[in-house]
Each structure stands twice: as structure tokens, then as C-alpha cells.
Design a protein. Structure first.
Length: 88
């Protein structure tokens, strides 16, 4: 789920091994395919294959500029359970 706990259900003892094997978390609900692809690029095992921050910023700007009004707000199921994070 977008905004949920990353790698939920993965035992902590297996996390590093699974990441080294190339496993990554699944695309969160309410996450576009384009944004998920960008996320996966950021998780590349080889740091030189990850986007530079300037490139990442430009790509995110383009994504935000091209979001239609229908996509601007998440269409969440009001009956589903979502994690709520409290801030101090």
C-alpha cells in the first residue's frame, strides 16, 4: 500500500538476502506504473545505475506536471484499513 510499511511480511532476518538477490517490494496500490518504475530505478543494486538527484527531480517534476485532475487525489477505499503515521 502506498504510504504503508515497506516490505511488510518479509522477515527482517531475510530482508538483506532477498534484496541482494534482486527482490524488491511490489508496486504499492495507488502507485502509477511510471512512478513505480522510477522507484525501481532508485533501488538499483549498482549505485552508478541509479538516477542522479537532478535527474530524479526533473522526472518527478514532469510526473507532477502531467498528473490529471482525476489522478491528483488518491481514490482510497473508505472501508479499507490504512496505516496512519503520527508525527510529533
Amino acid at each position: 500500500m502506498l504510504g504503508g510499511t515497506p516490505y511488510a511480511g518479509w522477515p527482517a532476518a531475510e530482508l538483506l538476502t532477498r534484496l541482494k538477490l534482486g527482490e524488491r517490494m511490489e508496486k504499492p496500490d495507488n502507485c502509477s506504473d511510471i512512478l513505480y518504475k522510477l522507484m525501481c530505478n532508485c533501488w538499483s543494486e549498482n549505485p552508478s545505475q541509479r538516477p542522479a538527484f537532478t535527474s530524479l527531480r526533473k522526472q518527478l517534476r514532469v510526473l507532477l506536471e502531467n498528473v490529471s485532475k482525476d489522478e491528483y487525489y488518491l481514490k482510497l477505499n473508505p472501508h479499507a484499513h490504512y496505516n496512519v503515521l503520527e508525527s510529533d
